[in-house]
Design a protein around this ligand. Structure first.
Ligand SMILES: Cc1cc2nc3c(=O)[nH]c(=O)nc-3n(C[C@H](O)[C@H](O)[C@H](O)COP(=O)(O)OP(=O)(O)OC[C@H]3O[C@@H](n4cnc5c(N)ncnc54)[C@H](O)[C@@H]3O)c2cc1C
Length: 573
């Protein structure tokens, strides 16, 4: 902690923060500080893919949040993992590479009135950092491919990122193992009318197939490995603080009456340090951390802040509102005559085989993304788009963190891609060390409960197809005795859990959107028709609506766009 004066301060070294650190420090004349509350990612379970099981619920890597008891989940509260380590959630996530559907971004453009969020304008920013195993084409980027974004960018940013001709840092690979039971599920899905897909990332992800993953040679590929380690560490204008938690933003009012964020106060473990930013503070603390920091800094719903004795600087009712998440409803089917992870991992011989396969070949179950097979389809034929996603796993357990069942089984987890339920994140005290109150309000709309019931029926339809018959699947959860809409929606509440995709708690939107926290260039609104100077939010919290799939790569895409705007802004003086 040699200095306290920087051009940019990035709060949170997660998915978005690491990409931003790379892009902003590419300009050698700008000093960049990246602040992370967690420790470095030098922990073996971060890098061995199956280690996500040991990172969730582990204070070394997880914030250990829980949701409030949820009415839609019949009073249950859920463990709510968030990465607290260099790389943030990219260091503990399921590694699935998924952009969502083109319509998600077209919807963002319609909602915000900014064409730059349309799919066609987002696609080049996905490709800019992508290193796809199949090489580059109209849909994918790869190392060595020339990026259209930079080819067209004649600005300083374009110049400073010329190294991109050689790069695509975000590795996307095929998985290194298959399972007979998952192959049979894929065939059954096809028999049930879902087309085969070998690429979910072309704008329309309808179909069934194996997910592509962010791995390199069987190891997890997280954002520090992609964006920070190979470049930033060698840059004299870059500094990284770990085990340092931002307590609040430093806010002032300029002579012309404009609100201005000048820096941040940081808890280093020994004491409080103030750091200042000439250009901008960029909040990339994620969908839970970002609204928490904003609220602690007096930017949030005035009544909530006053309740905790915090003087409101700007009344922003949208901070912490609009929480959206995918809720996975996990049906478990017992099977016979086929190997699953349950049977393998429950024998000493199987355990030894798993360990040796990874040791010598970096393949086998330890290289396994938690969910390997995926499918996107409709919960009922009247749906205009695929509105549900399957994550199919050759294993089963009562809950994450619990041991695998001692019988052979697979889990077909299904989630509603476009939930209408909205939740909240709110501070519970003025103390930065206190976890916020997290209330996703799952299944709180009739529409979400109907999709839940319908999607369980789709699961049953797939499981009943001839391709799975040889394994004699028996529905263990929720259980075939439940058939009515009400029963199924209630049962969904019993067995569902988060699939870890909170977004939307600092959503972008038009100036007349009362819940919009940031404008379409991700600058924080000042409540008077303008924006706060020197403050951006760049992470999953800005998504106005959740994307139709896993949320890591959409977060990287939006960070890539924001980096360009920030760099351009710096050249404007
Ligand atoms: C268990 C799990 C599995 C998932 N699986 C997948 C998947 O397979 N595919 C996929 O696409 N998505 C997946 N996701 C979701 C995806 O990883 C996230 O949407 C994405 O990482 C969000 O990025 P972010 O930059 O918004 O936040 P994060 O990556 O969470 O980064 C926020 C960072 O800010 C830090 N921070 C927070 N508060 C402070 C503070 N006050 N001071 C300093 N630092 C702070 C945090 O420690 C963290 O490092 C998964 C998530 C989890 C948790």
């Amino acid at each position: 902690m040699s200095d306290t004066q920087f051009d940019y301060i990035i709060v949170g070294a997660g998915t978005a923060g690491c990409l931003l650190a790379n892009r902003l420090s590419a300009n050698a004349s700008k000093r960049v500080l990246l602040i992370e509350a967690g420790r470095r990612d030098d922990y073996h379970w971060v890098h061995i893919p199956v280690g996500y099981l040991y990172c969730i619920g582990n204070p070394r890597t997880d914030w250990l949040y829980n949701t409030a008891p949820q009415t839609g989940l019949n009073g249950r509260s859920l463990r709510y993992p968030r990465g607290k380590v260099l790389g943030g959630c990219s260091s503990i996530n399921g590694m699935i590479y998924m952009r969502g559907q083109a319509r998600d971004y077209n919807h963002w453009a319609d909602l915000t009135g900014d064409e730059r969020w349309r799919w066609d304008h987002c696609l080049p920013y996905f490709k800019l950092h992508e290193d796809h195993h199949g090489g580059s084409d109209a849909m994918h980027g790869a190392k060595g491919a020339r990026s259209e974004v930079l080819l067209n960018d004649r600005t300083v940013y374009g110049e400073t990122l010329r190294h991109h001709v050689a790069g695509g840092e975000w590795r996307v690979e095929r998985q290194r193992l298959r399972w007979d039971v998952l192959d049979a599920f894929a065939k059954a899905a096809i028999q049930a009318g879902i087309p085969a897909s070998d690429d979910f990332n072309r704008g329309d992800n309808e179909g069934v197939g194996y997910f592509e993953v962010n791995q390199k040679n069987g190891w997890r590929w997280n954002t520090p490995k992609a964006f920070v380690r190979p470049t930033c560490y060698a840059r004299p204008n870059f500094e990284l603080w770990t085990s340092a938690q931002v307590v609040k933003l430093l806010m002032t009012t300029d002579a012309d009456g404009h609100a201005h964020c000048t820096g941040a106060q940081v808890w280093t473990g020994q004491g409080l340090v103030s750091v200042s930013a000439k250009q901008a503070v960029v909040l990339s603390a994620g969908s839970i951390g970002t609204p928490q920091i904003l609220q602690l800094s007096g930017l949030g719903p005035a009544d909530l802040l006053q309740q905790h004795g915090i003087e409101p600087v700007i009344d922003l009712p949208g901070v912490g509102a609009n929480l959206q998440d995918h809720l996975q409803i996990r049906s478990v089917f017992k099977v016979q005559g086929v190997t699953t992870l349950n049977t393998l991992a429950n024998s000493w011989w199987g355990k030894a085989k798993i360990g040796l396969e990874y040791l010598f070949k970096q393949s086998g179950p330890m290289s396994m993304a938690p969910s390997q097979l995926g499918a996107f389809t409709r919960s009922d034929p009247s749906q205009a788009y695929p509105n549900i996603q399957y994550h199919v796993q050759p294993l089963s357990l009562e809950a994450f963190g619990e041991p695998l069942h001692n019988f052979s089984a697979f889990t077909a987890s299904v989630c509603n891609l476009n939930p209408t339920s909205r939740g909240t994140v709110s501070i519970q005290s003025p103390n930065f060390a206190d976890a916020p109150h997290i209330a996703p309000n799952y299944l709180s709309t009739a529409q979400d409960r109907q999709v839940a019931a319908d999607s369980l029926r789709v699961t049953r339809r797939i499981a009943a197809q001839p391709a799975l018959a040889k394994y004699q699947p028996v529905e263990f959860k929720p259980g075939v005795q439940y058939q009515s809409d009400e029963d199924l929606a209630r049962l969904a509440g019993d067995i569902a859990t988060t699939i870890f995709h909170p977004v939307g708690t600092a959503r972008m939107g038009r100036s007349d959107d009362p819940l919009a926290v940031v404008d379409t260039e991700l600058r924080v609104r000042d409540g008077r028709g303008g924006v706060v100077r020197g403050l951006r939010v760049v992470d999953a919290s800005v998504m106005p609506t959740i994307t139709s799939g896993n949320t890591n790569s959409p977060t990287l895409m939006l960070a890539e766009k924001a980096a360009q705007w920030l760099a351009h802004e710096a050249t404007q003086g």
